[in-house]
Design a protein around this ligand. Structure first.
Ligand code: XMP
Length: 506
């Protein structure tokens, strides 16, 4: 069954991805399409509806993005900001530079039409030009003090325009407008996680030949786990899941990967137990970059050494997500996301690529993981760096120091989880410093190492802020760590934001 679809034409707006998200939140499948490809894709894919995004240009700039509206005939279309201006401009209305730029929250007066779906008139505006005359057949549906045509529509042709941004949270009733548009466009909201899984499984079966195999590296992280679970469901034992147990994961995670994919999903899991190799080459290495290089080189070497077991694979599965696809510029460009710690994969690993999650946002990936029956704490997992605890242990990485960090990290995160404090945290972890300090325990002098606790909130890891964890929780965690983890006699909490610090310590 092919689902109804909304194509969101991207004119370079800051919030275009958000429009896609808002549509999907109504259980309607949506994809973003660059304006340069829009005419052709609308003609061939015949979406049920189209949304035209905002953008930084003015419609009359020489190099402004545009669209031949003949492809929209008979397709309900909503223009947002630049999208509304282009709609007016193309259909015979008038667009002019405003006296002054309108930026920020404004109060909308809703007259009729789509805007009537809103009860709260607070809207977010961000524009320098605006529609000053609607095209023939259109009526004005909303106004603000400084924007006389904040909404317009021609119901007979199913063209709708709004000057404000319904997709941002600063427009509290924005979702209602999107919902109303989807409704008038006849979209039923028939897209769900279960549909996605069903269809993706069909696609994987149709793509991967009957005798072909897919190499699927699992790291224990959310994306690769969901990808592996989906592939196992689609092609069973022909999904060859490979897991390199380097000894640098958090407590219990390596065992959980093996249990989940080997036992629970009855997958074809090959686990390479490589603690000795990784710890061997990390011996005496203290410099952060040298550690990263060592870990990266060992990954490559593991694959090289086991080439014979893996060479029969025809496909390499990648956990690329929709934001990566959008960032790579064109949804059709297959960007190979090499593990950014690995200097380059062996040549024989350059196989055909399959990316079953390339249409999903992160929270949708988590929903798919849940629906497939992955353990909750795997689905909920925070981002974790490729070099693992290697970058959370300052100085030399030894099995003893890894165990100290694993135990402290377990205490910290379980105390957060049991209080629900993990919700809203981007990453939380324990790290080990490379110094010693004096303490006293049971009348004895101690001279041991300190643990640093870090918990940050962030949108995208580009910037981050320390989380305000209640003092009594920090105090309890510190006391438990010092009492329960051998070799630790002090605990610090890192208050630094990023920038100037980074999320990881190395
Ligand atoms: P920083 O420490 O640069 O981290 O603020 C930003 C985000 O990236 C993760 N990170 C890594 N991920 N390999 C990875 O796969 C790495 O070498 C690496 N270093 C940092 C980090 O956990 C955070 O989410």
């Amino acid at each position: 069954m092919t689902h109804q679809k909304v194509l969101v034409v991207d004119f370079g707006g800051q919030y275009t991805q958000l429009i896609v998200r808002r549509v999907r939140e109504q259980n309607v499948y949506s994809e973003m399409v660059p304006w340069t490809e829009a005419f052709q894709r609308i003609q061939t894919e015949k979406p049920t509806a189209v949304i035209l995004s905002g953008g930084p240009k003015s419609v009359f700039d020489a190099d402004s993005p545009t669209l031949d509206f003949t492809c929209l005939e008979g397709i309900p279309t909503l223009g947002i900001c630049y999208g509304q201006q282009l709609m007016a401009y193309k259909l015979g209305g008038k667009v002019e530079g405003a006296d002054h730029k309108e930026y920020g929250q404004r109060t909308l007066t809703m007259h009729h039409g789509l805007t009537h779906a809103m009860t709260n008139g607070q809207v977010w505006m961000s524009h320098g030009t605006q529609v000053t005359e609607v095209p023939a057949g259109f009526t004005i549906t909303a106004t603000t003090d400084s924007c006389p045509i904040a909404g317009m529509e021609d119901v007979s042709r199913q063209y709708y325009g709004i000057q404000f941004h319904p997709e941002v949270t600063h427009t509290p009733d924005g979702r209602k407008i999107i919902e109303a548009f989807l409704q008038v466009a006849g979209l039923k909201g028939d897209w769900s996680t279960e549909n996605f899984i069903e269809e993706e499984i069909k696609k994987i079966r149709a793509t991967v030949g009957e005798n072909e195999k897919v190499l699927c590296a699992v790291s224990g992280g959310v994306d690769s786990s969901v990808m592996a679970a989906l592939l196992i469901k689609a092609i069973g034992e022909r999904a060859i899941c490979v897991f390199v147990d380097h000894g640098l994961l958090r407590k219990g995670e390596a065992a959980q990967v093996i249990d989940t994919f080997g036992t629970h999903f009855q997958g074809n899991l090959i686990a390479f137990h490589e603690h000795d190799r990784f710890f061997g080459s990390l011996k005496g290495v203290k410099d952060p970059e040298s550690k990263r290089k060592s870990i990266g080189a060992n990954f490559v070497q593991v694959f090289e050494d086991h080439a014979n077991e893996l060479k029969g694979c025809d496909w390499l599965a990648q956990g690329t997500l929709y934001p990566d696809v959008i960032e790579s510029g064109s949804p059709t460009a297959a960007k190979i996301k090499t593990h950014h710690n690995v200097g380059g994969l062996p040549d024989w690993m350059r196989m055909k690529l399959i990316e079953p999650l390339r249409w999903l946002f992160k929270d949708e990936v988590r929903a798919v993981g849940r629906a497939l029956g992955l353990p909750e704490d795997m689905v909920d997992r925070e981002p974790f760096p490729g070099p693992g605890l290697g970058v959370r242990i300052l100085g030399e990485v030894t099995p003893e120091r890894v165990k100290m960090v694993q135990d402290a990290d377990w205490i910290f995160r379980s105390e957060l989880r049991s209080r629900g404090l993990n919700r809203g945290i981007w990453q939380s972890y324990a790290a080990l410093l490379d110094v010693k300090s004096v303490g006293v325990m049971g009348d004895e002098r101690t001279y041991e190492q300190p643990i640093v606790l870090r918990a940050v909130e962030s949108e995208d890891a580009m910037t981050a802020r320390a989380v305000n964890i209640p003092f009594d929780v920090l105090e309890l965690v510190a006391s438990r760590i010092v009492n329960e983890v051998d070799g630790v006699n002090r605990v610090f909490y890192d208050l630094t934001s990023k920038p100037p610090a980074t999320i990881e310590l190395e």
